[in-house]
Design a binder for this molecule. Structure first.
Ligand code: DSN
Length: 425
């Protein structure tokens, strides 16, 4: 194939991916879509520019306008997350975690965190940021019924292990962490409390989940593109008034894990923060209400939805079990759903030991909410799940219903200029 043909083929594949999502129900809990104004920021000249350091203290010329953008963004982030310190430079949630851990702990120190089997993120594991920093990991005892750390046992563990950092937060994140109790234990032994809000950052900022920085977290990290509806990237936040800590957190990101960073995405974050100040509270409310409705509707259809006794969820996620431990039933369900135009991800549930053959599915409502679906539509979504997974209807036939249903939801909402959710296709 000529180079030109390869480029054309790539453009076609990129557009095909867009059409796939446009015509599907995208329900991956870590995904979201951009508003038209945020897209404009990301597609600006800034995508090719360089900046290192902090606003007005750069290693490159040409940064004046970008300095203004980053300064406005930092101030917006402090308002949106109600905190004294914000770094908006990091290029992902994991990048934020590596930078923050570099600031808070040194190689050989101990850290406590949620295990990946219980829903912890890979950056909290030896294979990820925790291992990269050379930390000695001890994981919390887990309460499977409540889907949160076992409060008393985890507090005892923190007091006994005396970690440098007590890390909280998960990728399977249904309910707020009992942070006040666990932070108290951590602070008693001199540990710093770090809360990874990657998944729930938009819900936290919208006042609809928990308020980690008021419940004991010294540092909160997060992704800017999951429930927070910005471009891919991260945040590092703190309400501490300790300026030494602020300096350490800034230098954890630059020069810790970035030289230059993604200026177009920082610009996109700043626009997303402005839109969030206007629309974030209603968006966060609707996202959580939709997840609760989806959990109830799936359960009524006959699915095994986790945490029924707690109302299924208090976040943007719903988790379903499709077979026995390590059965691979979650993987099979995800594959069948995609044939029907419903995009989800398989997920390990407590007890599973194999990431590639888990028993569960993790579902998310952010994108469906942003294109205007409400609790009534969650009943329709659950019906589509039942047709393909419980009633054995041909996925291709359900896919036609999905496409028709989704065609009514093509405009991104909760932003200053609602417009095409999947533009240019
Ligand atoms: N692993 C991603 C997820 O939760 O989907 C986050 O990085």
């Amino acid at each position: 194939m000529s180079n030109r043909k390869t480029a054309d083929r790539l453009i076609e594949a990129i557009e095909a991916s867009g059409r796939h999502y446009r015509d599907s129900l995208p329900m991956i809990a870590s995904e979201n879509i951009l508003s038209p104004l945020v897209r404009r920021a990301c597609d600006s000249d800034l995508h090719g520019r360089y900046a290192e350091g902090l606003p007005r203290r750069r290693y490159y010329q040409g940064c004046d306008d970008f300095d203004t953008i980053e300064e406005i963004g930092i101030e917006s982030a402090k308002r949106v997350f109600n905190c004294r310190f914000a770094n908006i430079q990091s290029t992902s949630g994991t990048n934020s975690n590596i930078g923050a851990l570099k600031s808070l702990a040194k190689p050989g120190d101990k850290i406590t965190a949620v295990s990946t089997a219980d829903g912890g993120h890979i950056s909290h594991a030896r294979m990820g940021a925790v291992g990269l920093r050379g930390l000695d990991l001890v994981t919390y005892p887990w309460d499977e019924e409540r889907m949160e750390p076992d409060i008393d046992a985890a507090a005892d563990l923190i007091r006994n292990e005396e970690p440098s950092v007590a890390l909280f937060g998960q990728s399977v994140f249904l309910f707020p962490t009992p942070l006040e109790e666990l932070s108290q234990a951590a602070h008693e032994v001199g540990a710093k409390v770090m809360y990874d809000a990657a998944h729930v950052l938009g819900l936290v900022a919208g006042g609809k989940f928990q308020d980690p920085l008021r419940e004991g977290a010294d540092v909160m990290t997060g992704s800017s593109h999951k429930t927070f509806p910005g471009p891919q990237g991260g945040f590092v936040l703190s309400d501490s008034d300790d300026e030494k800590l602020h300096r350490r957190l800034n230098s954890g990101i630059f020069p810790g894990v970035c030289s230059s960073y993604h200026l177009h995405h920082v610009a996109g974050k700043t626009v997303a923060l402005s839109e969030f100040e206007e629309f974030g509270s209603s968006y966060a409310h609707d996202t959580v209400e939709n997840a609760r409705s989806l959990g109830e509707a799936l359960s009524s259809e006959g699915f095994d939805v986790l945490a029924e006794e707690r109302g299924f969820t208090a976040s943007h996620q719903v988790v379903t079990r499709h077979g026995g431990i390590d059965s691979g039933a979650g993987r099979d369900a995800a594959a069948t759903l995609e044939e029907a135009g419903i995009i989800t991800n398989m997920n390990m549930l407590p007890g599973d030991t194999k990431a590639l053959s888990p028993s569960g599915l993790r579902l998310g409502t952010p994108e469906l909410t942003r294109v205007g679906m409400g609790t009534d539509e969650m009943q329709d979504v659950a019906r589509l799940f039942a047709r393909v997974l419980l009633e054995g209807e041909e996925p291709s036939s359900v896919k036609n219903s999905v496409r028709e249903f989704k065609s009514q939801f093509q405009t991104v909402q909760y932003c200053f200029e609602p417009g095409p959710a999947y533009p240019g296709l």
